[in-house]
Each structure stands twice: as structure tokens, then as C-alpha cells.
Design a protein around this ligand. Structure first.
Ligand SMILES: Cc1cc2nc3c(=O)[nH]c(=O)nc-3n(C[C@H](O)[C@H](O)[C@H](O)COP(=O)(O)O)c2cc1C
Length: 201
């Protein structure tokens, strides 16, 4: 086995080790609001934090201490909408990862359309099969050597939306959802073969 101290690696190589190891990662497609501009971007540092209350986390990295629009808007409005990325929308979602100014909407680069939310003011994207209206539960600035390097957003879901075809007796049909996950670099993965293992008592 190789033994590596992350602090002995460059920032880039540490990033590459993490994104190559923590795979496959689910992808959150996040909309936030800056006045009337709807900002959209994908994030694969995304997971569940708790079920009661329904909490999810998205970690938004900073470049030279500068917040990305998603983090800035989420902190300012205390709102965000999280959509699950699937085979039918991943190509368009990738388009929204372009670096645009805060006054421009990444959605204008796509054929996505917005839909008003029920419980918050920030619109979602209609074409996603699952979307979660969220309020910001906690913002954790991650500090390293005196600068903030990331904004961890812990979001509380206040409304789930799901296509009815996917939802049977309280269960979500993973095959129909056809989620897409992120690997390292520009690589993505579809759902592989699934299998069952009984959990010990
Ligand atoms: C599939 C995918 C996953 C990404 N995951 C993250 C992530 O977890 N954290 C992050 O800071 N940036 C991530 N990015 C890059 C952001 O999407 C990109 O920086 C985007 O421009 C940020 O937009 P914003 O400035 O409007 O917030 C990802 C990009 C792609 C294509």
C-alpha cells in the first residue's frame, strides 16, 4: 500500500485523489436567486445529512477565497432548489457549469424552463424528475490557513416534488429515475447492476 499525507500533495493532487476515490458521487443541480436572475449549477459534493428533519449538504468550493454565485445567493436569500441529475438532463446540466457573471442566468444556455416553487421564492427547473425546495439550515465556511476555501451549505427540504411515474407506495423507482453520478474528470456513470444483501439482525 502507498501511504500519502494529503498535506504533502499539491492542492490539485489532493482534489484528484478525493474525486477519484469517493465515487460514484450523486449530483445536485442547484438553482438559487439573485434578484430576478435564476442561477443554476451542478455540484457533486452532495449528500444526505439527516432524514428528520430532511437535511442535505452541498459543498461549494471557493477559488482564491471568492464565493461562487450559488453559495453567495444561498447565503443571501437562505433558499435553494436541488434537482436530481439523470440521464435525460445531464448534458444540459453540464452546460450550466459555465462560469458566468452573477447577473447572467446559466439556464439561458439551455432549453430548461423554470417553475415557481410552492414554499420559497426561488424557482426550480421543470424538467427535473425530482426537485427539492430547500431553506438554508446552516452555512459552514471551511477555513484553511486563514482563508475560506469552501462553503458547506446544509439545506432543509421544505417540499419534495417527484414525477408520479417514479413513485410507488412511498418508494422511488431507481431504474426509472436513471440517476447519473460523477466520477473523476469529465467522466460520469449510470446506475449499474443492482443486487440485494440482507442486513444482519
Ligand atoms: C458534474 C459537475 C459537478 C460539480 N461539482 C462541484 C462541487 O461539488 N463543488 C463545486 O464547488 N463545484 C462543482 N462543480 C463546478 C461548478 O458547477 C461550477 O464552478 C459552476 O460554474 C458554479 O456556478 P456558480 O458560480 O453559478 O455557483 C461541478 C461541475 C460539474 C460539471
Amino acid at each position: 500500500m502507498l501511504s500519502i499525507d494529503p498535506l504533502a500533495l499539491t492542492e490539485r493532487d489532493t482534489y484528484k485523489f478525493l474525486i477519484g476515490s469517493v465515487v460514484p458521487r450523486p449530483i445536485a443541480f442547484v438553482t438559487t436567486r439573485n434578484g430576478s436572475v435564476v442561477n443554476a449549477a451542478p455540484f457533486s459534493y452532495f449528500n444526505i445529512v439527516a432524514a428528520h428533519p430532511a437535511l442535505v449538504s452541498v459543498s461549494v468550493q471557493r477559488k482564491n477565497g471568492v464565493m461562487k454565485d450559488t453559495a453567495r445567493n444561498a447565503v443571501a436569500t437562505e433558499e435553494l432548489v436541488i434537482h436530481i441529475v439523470d440521464e435525460s438532463n445531464v448534458t444540459l446540466v453540464n452546460e450550466t457549469a459555465a462560469t458566468l457573471g452573477p447577473e447572467e442566468s446559466e439556464l439561458d444556455r439551455t432549453t430548461f424552463t423554470t417553475v415557481p416553487s410552492e414554499a420559497i421564492q426561488t424557482p426550480g427547473v421543470k424538467e427535473a424528475k425530482i426537485r427539492m425546495e430547500c431553506v438554508l439550515h446552516h452555512h459552514v465556511p471551511i477555513e484553511h490557513e486563514g482563508i475560506v476555501t469552501a462553503d458547506l451549505l446544509i439545506a432543509r427540504v421544505v417540499r419534495f416534488h417527484i414525477e408520479p411515474d417514479l413513485y410507488h407506495a412511498g418508494r422511488i423507482d431507481a431504474e426509472q429515475l436513471a440517476p447519473v453520478s460523477r466520477l473523476a474528470g469529465n467522466f460520469y456513470a449510470k446506475l449499474g447492476e443492482s443486487f440485494e444483501i440482507e442486513r444482519p439482525k
